[in-house]
Design a protein around this ligand. Structure first.
Ligand SMILES: CC(C)(COP(=O)(O)OP(=O)(O)OC[C@H]1O[C@@H](n2cnc3c(N)ncnc32)[C@H](O)[C@@H]1OP(=O)(O)O)[C@@H](O)C(=O)NCCC(=O)NCCS
Length: 190
């Protein structure tokens, strides 16, 4: 697979999506450093599922790692390389994150996501990914949004499938978490 650092950027300078989005029953917002404890707790409570697929979710999960992630998410928004929103529920509880990343070359943005395990099974990520896809496609110069996942990650692949993305291709890649098969899927907006 191509090294994202070698690809030209898709976004022109000073192009940003909204920092906060209201969806049916959940809210997306830009994180701050004050979110570190809630983020840490959500990740710890979801360790069994996250560690199967997310290479950054290692045992033990350290709060300093989440602080580093939040710092990088804040600066990546400013530099336009990644727009990360926290997904918060009706009670303002942090139930996951979704990001739009400028790392797949001209015309395209990639979505990445995870949910707190006890917030799965309710269509939250499908709604969030639909909204973020629309936000991405509304940005100047963007004509496709992609979701990448391992072929064995059926719950993740079900999200783009439900949204009508097409499976563009599969490529062999490394296995860096216990759940992965090593076959990487590329789902793309039609
Ligand atoms: C990938 C992940 C976010 C998917 O979560 P999810 O809960 O399956 O996805 P959604 O929130 O869209 O919910 C879909 C489920 O809710 C159900 N649902 C209920 N109401 C729904 C609605 N209005 N719309 C869509 N689905 C709905 C669907 O039928 C589906 O249920 P099923 O899994 O029994 O088929 C989650 O499994 C996760 O965080 N995994 C670990 C991290 C990970 O793998 N990240 C991606 C790496 S590529």
């Amino acid at each position: 697979m191509t090294d994202p650092a070698e690809l030209p950027k898709a976004l022109a300078p000073n192009v940003f999506p909204p920092e906060s989005v209201d969806l049916d029953g959940v809210h997306l917002r830009r994180p701050t450093l004050d979110d570190v404890e809630a983020l840490h707790e959500a990740i710890k409570s979801s360790f069994t599922e996250l560690s199967m697929w997310m290479p950054w979710c290692t045992d033990p999960v350290e709060i300093e790692q989440q602080r580093g992630f939040l710092e990088s998410a804040m600066s990546s928004w400013t530099s336009q390389s990644m727009f990360c929103w926290l997904i918060v529920g009706a009670g303002n509880d942090l139930i996951g994150t979704i990001s739009l990343m400028d790392r797949i070359g001209p015309g395209g943005l990639e979505i990445g996501y995870w949910l707190r395990t006890d917030a799965t099974g309710r269509g939250v990520m499908t709604r969030a990914a639909a909204a973020v896809t629309d936000l991405g496609l509304a940005l100047p110069g963007i004509d496709r949004v992609e979701i990448h996942c391992d072929a064995a990650n059926l719950r993740s692949a079900a999200v783009p499938k439900r949204l009508g993305f097409r499976l563009d291709r599969e490529e062999h890649s490394g296995v860096d978490t216990p759940g992965k098969s090593g076959l990487h899927q590329f789902w793309i907006t039609p």
